[in-house]
Write a protein that binds this ligand. Structure first.
Ligand code: OSB
Ligand code: MG
Length: 371
């Protein structure tokens, strides 16, 4: 069996988040992104989602650069190619440097086509075995600690397996101490999105009193050297997010001791194939991994769920339920979280149907490309 693509549709969507999401870089409430629909010669449809944001605050990619890369460079590389296995897509895209989120959006759709051809769940195609996955939730920076405590309370009640809290200088140790006081036994972690430097080492050391599961990306987005110094000085495990773009980055970070945990985001590392490689290395080296989030709509969420079924995803990820983000998601059924658990669908491919009505409602433009 091979994959012969006939058509690729790039649907540009605009959706409003239920609540504004604030990080150390700012606040946003609207999300623009692409849903990739690939149609093969037998009419099988596979879907992918581009996860870049409208501005390059998280990484250098944006919605516009994703479109440019997919349309002008990556899709032309797929033209007239017969793909035997989605593992090959990474190699096909290798003439193009970086632009991992653009690559990943397309590669994800190829994986979905592949699994649907074979009539197996994407999770199984990836080698995943878990039938249910544990998930946590990521909470943005709130106007006051009181507001935050209310949110933590809500999601602890709902059964989320761990609570991640965004931090920044001035909204960190004291706030977390307060949260810990109210929730002495809840698994809690902090994500700094690169808001600190080694000059803050003594301050960050105070986090060690709070029994946090980890601190995510405390230092620069492109650093693995200073993180190694910080990790050596902290008991709290350091988790890398922004700094890891590839298997090679992961290998170097592990060798340097820059982290004890890796947040794998499919888009950030260029696709499911690379995610799997990082997962396998982490497993071999005894590094725990979990699946990060990019405030995805249903298609990206479905990919995250499938990836999380791999065995070294031992920590709850950021793949919360659809309703945490959207009034209405673009898939049927929506992703439901029950007591912090998602039941992995066992239908072929990503396991969720595109809600065509919702797709239409949120689409602002569609580009159709024949391949
Ligand atoms: O709920 C999610 O999808 C993840 C939320 C989150 O923490 C996040 C959201 C957008 C960009 C970066 C991050 C991050 O993990 O750093
Ligand atoms: Mg992060």
């Amino acid at each position: 069996m091979t994959i012969s693509l006939k058509q690729i549709k790039l649907h540009r969507l605009k959706m409003m988040l239920n609540d504004p999401f604030t990080t150390s870089f700012g606040t946003f409430q609207e999300k623009e992104f692409f849903i990739i629909e690939m149609i093969d010669e037998d009419g099988i449809r596979g879907y992918g989602e581009s996860v870049a944001f409208s501005s390059p605050w998280y990484s250098e990619e944006t919605v516009e650069t994703n479109f440019h890369m997919m349309k002008d460079f990556l899709i032309p590389l797929l033209k007239k190619k017969v793909i035997a296995h989605p593992n090959e897509v990474e190699q096909i895209f290798s003439p193009i440097k970086r632009n991992n989120m653009a690559k990943s959006a397309l590669e994800g759709a190829v994986w979905d086509v592949y699994a649907k051809q074979k009539q197996i769940p994407l999770a199984e195609a990836l080698g995943g075995t878990k039938r249910q996955i544990e998930v946590g939730i990521s909470l943005g920076i709130e106007p006051t600690v009181k507001d935050l405590l209310k949110k933590v309370e809500t999601y602890v009640q709902e059964g989320y397996k761990r609570i991640k809290i965004k931090i920044k200088p001035g909204y960190d140790v004291d706030m977390l101490r307060e949260v810990r006081r109210h929730f002495p036994d809840t698994p809690i972690m902090a994500d700094a999105n690169s808001a600190y430097s080694l000059a803050d080492l003594e301050h960050l050391r105070k986090l060690d009193e709070l029994n946090l599961m980890m601190i995510e990306q405390p230092l620069a987005h492109d650093d693995i050297v200073d993180h190694a110094i910080l990790q050596a000085a902290l008991r709290t495990p350091v988790c890398l997010d922004e700094s890891i773009h590839s298997l090679e980055d992961a290998r170097k970070a592990i060798e340097l001791g820059s982290c004890k945990i890796i947040n794998i985001k499919i888009g950030r590392v260029g696709g499911l194939t690379e995610s799997k490689k990082i997962h396998d290395l982490a497993k071999e080296k005894g590094i725990d991994v979990w699946c990060g989030g990019m405030l995805e709509a249903g298609i990206g969420r479905a990919h995250n769920i499938a990836l999380t079924t791999l065995s070294q995803f031992v920590l709850p990820g950021d793949t919360a339920g659809s309703s945490r983000y959207w009034k209405k998601d673009i898939i049927k059924p929506e992703v439901e979280v029950e007591n912090g658990i998602i039941h992995v669908p066992n239908k072929p491919g990503i396991g969720y149907e595109m809600d065509e009505e919702a797709l239409k409602e949120f689409t602002v433009a569609t580009e159709t490309i024949h391949v």
